[in-house]
Design a binder for this molecule. Structure first.
Ligand SMILES: *Cc1c(COP(=O)(O)O)cnc(C)c1O
Length: 431
């Protein structure tokens, strides 16, 4: 399987090269040249398949020329060694909990899968690969954790100073070894811009192998389709049309869900729920894509004004607005609405949602106002403890700290402060 650049001005490459490059030389995102639907029998018998078998079937066509089956099975086993439960909280409303991994955010799966692919590809290579990644919160911790101690790979994480939660900051600044955190005086968009600039800077590229671990990287993006298949396996018995509501920032997760649909998964509709960073909800109304500077919210992992994966979504639907809007709706919610939803969920069902999950819940409820006869699943993308201040204040209850988080709470933060692209460049060239 080859991956081509969506800007169409760079050659198509193998999965391995797409993973190592991150972004194509013409700045385009890599995209699979084809999608072969899985056989009907796969979906008919999905209840009998293990997580690893589901994942293997789904990803095989994209990677099989580069990763032997045995190796792929091993990578999947290591990536997926925790649970992905669908928990019903109201009639016809369930949440898919994606926070049972080591950093308690859904990005663990993509980060671990990518780290292991890159580790496999780096075996026997002389040159180290440097992974450069911008984070609005959770990517940093998941990437740091996934790549910790992987031979032949160095990781450099950029995060906006003061704009990630205390726990998120600890998760990405305390590991050491092959992981370095750069604390940027700016917003997430500034971090993302610096990373994108570095990938196109010949004076850096001639000195080192640089790749990204944001969801622009195909190895981070594609494995996220597993979630939707795991959820389908659990919700199929409801016998109702299934709809997914995904709290969205860079739109990588929901785009992977749409890939699962493209592979034949029976699902009625997707809802991309956002906070006030509403570039996509606006697009779905006006058909005009107008990126904006990002605004800070309580669901900070979604504070993205120019979502990088939306181009992939448009491409999946041949840039046909009608086809796209048949399958995808999008709505945005304020912080006040999000807090009210967190309280309402807690009062009604005793369930503690984090702000991102609450945005997903709101998107789902809005859709179900006009589509009552559906089984709705909203994705709970982070454990509520990762947004402790907001959650505890909103529901007026203490959230117990799980063991994964306890472990980082007393470790020492280490970061390097930077203000400009030149400082990033200086760091990369002198490390
Ligand atoms: C990254 C993240 C999101 C947004 O996911 P995208 O794939 O960027 O749309 C939502 N919730 C949490 C907790 C996240 O960390």
């Amino acid at each position: 399987m080859k991956f081509y650049s969506l800007n169409k001005k760079a050659p198509a490459v193998s999965f391995k090269e797409a993973v190592i490059r991150g972004i194509a030389p013409d700045k385009g995102l890599y995209f699979p040249e084809s999608f072969t639907p899985l056989p009907d029998s796969f979906f008919e018998q999905i209840e009998e398949l293990s997580k690893e078998e589901i994942a293997f079937n789904a990803i095989h066509q994209f990677v099989s020329e580069e990763i032997p089956n045995d190796e792929l099975r091993e990578i999947l086993k290591n990536t997926l060694d925790f649970d992905f439960p669908v928990v019903e909280i109201e009639e016809n409303v369930a949440t898919l909990e994606l926070f049972h991994g080591p950093t308690m955010a859904f990005k663990d799966v993509g980060a671990r899968f990518m780290a292991q692919c890159l580790g496999y590809f780096s075996k026997g290579e002389k040159n180290e690969v440097t992974v450069l990644v911008a984070t609005s919160g959770d990517t940093g911790g998941a990437v740091a954790n996934g790549f910790l101690g992987v031979d032949g790979v160095k990781v450099v994480i950029l995060y906006p100073s003061g704009k990630v939660s205390d726990i998120q900051e600890r998760q990405l600044t305390t590991l050491g070894q092959n992981i370095t955190a750069l604390e940027v005086d700016g917003t997430f968009d500034d971090c993302q811009k610096m990373v994108k600039t570095a990938f196109l800077d010949d004076s850096i590229l001639s000195e080192m192998k640089l790749t990204s671990a944001n969801s622009i990287n195909v190895a981070r993006w594609l494995p996220q389709m597993f979630y939707f298949l795991f959820a389908y396996k659990q919700a199929k018995k409801q016998g109702k049309p299934i709809v997914f509501s995904t709290p969205s920032g860079n739109f990588g997760n929901i785009c992977a869900g749409l890939v699962a649909q493209k592979l034949g998964m029976p699902v009625d509709h997707f809802i991309a729920a956002t906070n006030v960073n509403d570039t996509v909800p606006q697009f779905m109304v006006t058909k005009e894509y107008t990126p904006k500077p990002s605004k800070a919210t309580i669901s900070n992992a979604m504070d993205v004004g120019d979502p990088s994966n939306f181009i992939r979504i448009r491409h999946l639907f041949d840039d046909n607005f009608e086809k796209l809007s048949d399958n995808l709706s999008s709505s945005s919610f304020t912080d006040d609405e999000t807090r009210s939803a967190m309280s309402a969920i807690y009062d009604k069902s005793g369930y503690v949602a984090d702000p991102h999950g609450a945005v997903g819940y709101l998107g789902l409820k809005k859709y179900q106002e006009n589509h009552e006869d559906t089984y709705g699943i909203f994705l709970e993308t982070a454990h509520p403890v990762k947004f402790l201040d907001v959650v505890e204040k909103t529901i007026d209850k203490k959230v117990p700290i799980p063991e994964q988080i306890e472990k980082v709470m007393d470790k020492e933060k280490k970061s390097i402060k930077i203000k400009s692209y030149d400082e990033l460049k200086g760091f990369l060239l002198n490390q």
